[in-house]
Design a protein. Structure first.
Length: 341
C-alpha cells in the first residue's frame, strides 16, 4: 500500500524495519527497498522480494556520520584512503555517493555477499534520513524494483513491480536525482569508480585527481572469476521492450515506425529527427542533470506502450551523461535472467 510521507507513516515504516520487515521509501537517487542492515532475516527478505541473486551485495544507508563506524572499519584503510574517505564524506554526504569500505563484523555476510567490504551511503532525502534514524540507524536498501528491471523513481513504479509483495511504500514524490548513486571503491590502491551515478566523475576528480573507472578497466572489474561490483553486469535496468542505443546522428537518421518508440536526449535532437509518434525528450535544454532525473520515468512511460522497440539516444558523456549512458547501455543488453535465490 502507498502512504504519503507523514510523521505517522514514517513511524509505521520504521516499526516494520525494526521488526525485521521491509518498507519501500523515497531517496534522492531512486526508491529503495529497506530492511534492517544488521538483521540477516530482513536481508534475506530483500533478496527474495526483488528476486535478486545473493552474489549482488546491498548498499547500507546511514543517516548520521557517526553511524559510519558502526558498519565500516576505517582503521583498516591505508592513511591516504582514510583521509580521502573522510574528505569525500565531508564534501558529498548526504548525497548520491556510495563508498566501498572495509566491513565491520556487525554487518551480516548476506548484506555484502560475503565480501570483506561494505558499500555505505548517506542519502540526502529528508524522508529517507528520518526513516533510517527512527529505525535501526543502518538500513540496507537496493532499488525497490525486481532485479534487472527499470529502476523506480516514483512510488507508483514500486507499486507496479513489487506492490503484491510489499506492505508499505512511502510516497515522497519523484526522485530528484533519478539515477542510482556513484559507487566508489576506497579499498583499491587508488579510489576507483565501480558504477557511474548521480555524482559526476568531474566532481569526484576535482577532489581526488583523475580516477580510473569502468570504461578503463573493464576486464578487471567484471572478470568471470571475481565480480568486483555485480551491479556492472550487462542486462540491468532493462525495460520489457527491447531497447537500442544510438548516437545523435544515427538517431536523427532513423526511419519513423508507428510501432516503435523514441527517447531523445534534448529538444534539438528531437527536432532534427522531426517525426511524430511515441517520443520522449529527457531535457529540453540538453542538461544531463535534468535528463538523469527524467530517465527512468520516461523509460517507464515508453515501456508501458508495449511497442516493438525503444530507440534511445546516448547522452554527451560529460557530467551525468556517463551514468545515463551506463544505464541505457545495460538496458540495451536486455533483461538478465538469473536463477532466483
Ligand atoms: P543497487 O543496490 O541495486 O543500487 O546496487 C548496489 C550496487 O553497489 C551494485 O552495483 C553492487 O554491486 C555495488 N556494491 C555493493 N556492495 C559492494 C561491495 N562491497 N563491493 C563492490 N560493489 C558493491
Ligand atoms: Mg538496482
Amino acid at each position: 500500500m502507498i502512504y504519503p510521507v507523514t510523521e505517522e507513516s514514517l513511524r509505521l515504516a520504521a516499526a516494520a524495519i525494526r521488526a525485521g520487515e521491509l518498507a519501500a521509501f523515497p531517496t534522492e537517487t531512486v526508491y529503495g527497498l529497506g530492511g534492517d542492515a544488521f538483521n540477516p532475516r530482513a536481508l534475506a527478505k530483500i533478496f527474495q522480494v526483488k528476486g535478486r541473486p545473493r552474489f549482488d551485495p546491498l548498499i547500507v544507508h546511514i543517516a548520521r556520520l557517526e553511524s559510519l563506524e558502526d558498519v565500516a572499519d576505517l582503521s583498516a584503510l591505508g592513511p591516504q584512503a582514510r583521509e580521502h574517505a573522510a574528505r569525500l564524506a565531508a564534501e558529498f554526504w548526504p548525497g548520491p555517493l556510495t563508498l566501498v569500505l572495509p566491513k565491520r563484523a556487525s554487518v551480516p555476510d548476506l548484506a555484502t555477499s560475503g565480501l570483506a567490504t561494505v558499500a555505505v551511503r548517506f542519502p540526502s532525502h529528508p524522508a529517507a534520513r528520518e526513516l533510517i534514524r527512527l529505525s535501526t540507524g543502518a538500513v540496507a536498501a537496493p532499488s525497490a524494483n525486481r532485479f534487472g528491471c527499470l529502476s523506480p523513481t516514483r512510488a507508483e513504479h514500486v507499486a507496479e513491480q513489487l506492490g503484491d509483495r510489499l506492505g508499505i511504500i512511502l510516497d515522497g514524490g519523484p526522485a530528484a536525482v533519478g539515477v542510482e548513486s556513484t559507487v566508489l571503491d576506497m579499498t583499491a590502491a587508488r579510489p576507483r569508480i565501480l558504477r557511474p551515478g548521480g555524482l559526476s566523475r568531474a566532481r569526484l576528480e576535482a577532489l581526488l585527481g583523475p580516477l580510473p573507472g569502468p570504461g578503463e578497466t573493464p576486464g578487471e572489474l567484471c572478470s568471470p572469476g571475481e565480480l568486483r561490483s555485480p551491479g556492472l553486469l550487462p542486462g540491468h535496468y532493462a525495460p520489457r521492450t527491447p531497447l537500442c542505443l544510438h548516437g545523435r546522428r544515427e538517431m536523427a537518421a532513423l526511419p519513423y515506425r508507428e510501432d516503435e518508440a523514441y527517447l531523445f536526449f534534448s529538444r534539438s535532437s528531437r527536432e532534427s529527427w522531426g517525426m511524430p509518434g511515441a517520443v520522449e525528450v529527457l531535457s529540453d535544454a540538453g542538461d544531463s542533470v535534468e535528463a538523469a532525473a527524467n530517465l527512468f520515468d520516461a523509460l517507464h512511460r515508453l515501456d508501458r506502450l508495449g511497442l516493438r522497440r525503444i530507440h534511445a539516444e546516448a547522452a554527451p558523456p560529460e557530467l551525468l551523461g556517463e551514468a545515463i549512458n551506463d544505464r541505457l547501455g545495460r538496458a540495451a543488453a536486455g533483461v538478465l535472467k538469473p536463477a532466483l535465490p
